[in-house]
Design a protein around this ligand. Structure first.
Ligand SMILES: [Fe+2]
Length: 286
């Protein structure tokens, strides 16, 4: 029998804070109940879990195979020094790029299923993470827009999204490969997707999407921006103000997310475990 845990919805169309449970101690029935809760809310927030790295990886693996186990999202180098915003190396430019709304790995042949994200060191101001509910956004569209976008697809590219903030990465470096620039195939994805587990339709947009085939470039850019502006506003957004030890898991198949700016003279260390998408539902169409 599943243990009980507390589910406190946040003030948005999605998202809930989960308390009364320790992630490393979830038995199978309780995990199953939690998984159902995740499908419903799309974002679960667990305050004060302080997971060890292997505990975070083990938790993520219960949701599926991993795209990668543990990526630092941080302005702290391995030697402990801070990356300087003004110098703008490839890592800083990715951190800045991630301030744009996006879903993870949509520019890869298989987009991500979701991610577990945890806070180790947080700055005193800023450095929040926002999510936006693309199911509720789709539901809120008028009929004319739904009809217009139903047959449309867009290319997804990290080179494209980073170039929009003036970032042209150095090819061939370790960061180039690790950050996802290598093998950017300019994949094609529909603007409307159906969730493989819930059957709900959602908008698939975000900063990596560009150049809808059949539309003029300006028309495509305007439509994609219009959809982001419409989708990513209350009641469909939630921004989390992190405390050390917080853990979240989000469903990348129906949410967008964004980083928010912070004072880069302060350290910020976050850990990202990415759950791989199922090729049946998350593969690109071209
Ligand atoms: Fe991301």
């Amino acid at each position: 029998m599943a243990q009980s845990f507390d589910v406190q919805p946040v003030d948005a169309s999605f998202g809930a804070v989960i308390t009364g449970v320790r992630i490393p101690e979830l038995d199978q029935p309780t995990w199953q109940a939690l998984h159902d809760t995740w499908l419903k809310y799309a974002l679960l927030i667990f305050p004060g879990q302080f997971l060890k790295k292997d505990e975070q990886v083990a938790f993520a693996k219960r949701f599926g195979a991993l795209e990668f186990e543990m990526g630092a999202v941080s302005n702290v180098r391995e030697d402990g020094t801070l990356r300087v915003e003004a110098e703008g190396d490839d890592v800083v430019k990715i951190l800045k790029g991630n301030e744009g709304w996006h879903a993870d790995s949509t520019f890869k042949p298989i987009a991500a299923k979701g991610a577990v994200f945890s806070a180790e060191v947080v700055p005193t101001i800023g450095g929040h993470t926002g999510w936006a509910d693309m199911r509720a956004a789709y539901d809120a569209l008028d009929d004319a827009t739904r009809t217009r976008i139903a047959p449309l697809r867009a290319y997804h590219s990290l080179h494209y999204s980073q170039s929009r903030i003036g970032h042209r990465p150095k090819a061939g470096t370790e960061d180039y490969r690790r950050l996802g620039f290598a093998g950017d195939e300019n994949v094609l994805r529909p603007l409307v997707k159906t969730h493989p587990d819930t059957g709900r339709k959602s908008l698939l947009i975000g900063r990596h999407a560009h150049d809808i085939p059949g539309l003029a470039p300006e028309e495509s850019e305007a439509l994609l921006q219009e959809l982001i502006d419409f989708a990513c506003r209350p009641p469909r957004v939630y921004h989390h103000d992190w405390r050390p030890g917080d853990v979240v898991i989000w469903d990348n198949r129906c949410l967008l997310h964004q980083a928010t700016p912070f004072d880069m003279t302060q350290p910020r260390i976050m850990w990202h475990t990415r759950i791989a998408g199922d090729p049946v539902s998350e593969a690109a169409v071209g």
